[in-house]
Write a protein that binds this ligand. Structure first.
Ligand code: ADP
Ligand code: MG
Length: 248
């Protein structure tokens, strides 16, 4: 079944690595302007699933569609301009200054205004380009580096952003700060987002909908409220209990 206004859609996607199942017949859709959180333990298939959307992973079976078109038939570079990506470790090139890192995707596109775009993207994530564009990644705090990673994902003005545990390695205060600015920014820009996290609190706070992955399968995909109210499986119930989320 396909939702008519789905921006991203995976249907029956499976992926194995040397016989090991990473994704097992996953179907999932993301509608325009929605933030979907993918939550699950380490090894549950979150990163593999996320990377199916921008063709960094090729499924063994099933289809992946972006705005109704099978991504297998789309030019990967053009696709990655329209789908911003924040990789799990941020992915900044250490020997490139901040500004050049942020310009990467517009530069790959051959866009003349890449410098303007990069400055605008830095502004969006709350970093003054005058102060930060000339710095090296190593001259930034962990939180600032993550902001730059998000700026880089936004610089080509994408419709969709994929974020792989973007706030994972930060201290609690920095994390809360980044979560809040991400939340207001994605609403303001009307971005469609897929946010990978292993923190159920983060998923419930930031996402409209949450998909719980376990061993490459989706245990439940539901609104944050519904997940809290009506966990579909014992595993989801256990997750809620462990996170001390009460109504389960
Ligand atoms: P998560 O992001 O939830 O931690 P991953 O999607 O990275 O999970 O991994 C899912 C499973 O697939 C894991 O068992 C992992 O070891 C395996 N896997 C992922 N990528 C590769 C790869 N490139 N080669 C071999 N195995 C992989
Ligand atoms: Mg991962």
């Amino acid at each position: 079944m396909t939702v008519p206004d789905a921006v991203l859609a995976l249907a029956d996607v499976s992926k194995r690595y040397d016989g090991h199942v990473a994704l097992d017949q996953v179907s999932i859709e993301v509608t325009k302007g929605e933030c979907l959180a993918l939550i699950g333990e380490s090894g549950s298939g979150k990163t593999t699933l996320l990377r199916c959307f921008n063709r960094l992973t090729t499924p063994d079976a099933g289809t992946v569609a972006f705005e109704g078109a099978d991504v297998a038939g789309l030019d990967p570079i053009a696709l990655r301009r329209r789908i911003g990506y924040v990789p799990q470790e941020g992915g900044l090139l250490p020997h490139w200054r901040v500004g050049r890192n942020v310009e990467l995707v517009p530069w790959l596109q051959g866009l003349d205004d890449r410098r303007v775009r990069a400055r605008h993207a830095l502004d969006l994530v709350g970093l003054d380009p005058g102060t930060y564009a000339e710095r090296w990644p190593r001259e930034l705090s962990g939180g600032q580096r993550q902001r730059v990673a998000v700026a880089r994902a936004l610089a080509a003005d994408p419709e969709v952003v994929l974020l792989d545990e973007p706030f994972g390695a930060l201290d609690a205060i920095t994390r809360a700060d980044l979560q809040a600015s991400f939340d207001s920014m994605r609403r303001e820009l009307g971005l469609t987002c897929v946010l990978v996290t292993h923190d159920l609190h983060e998923a419930l706070a930031l996402a409209d909908r949450v998909a719980v992955l376990r061993g490459g399968r989706v245990e439940q995909s539901a609104s944050a409220d519904e997940l809290r109210r009506a966990p579909a499986t014992e595993y989801v119930r256990t997750l809620l209990h462990r996170a001390r989320i009460s109504d389960a």
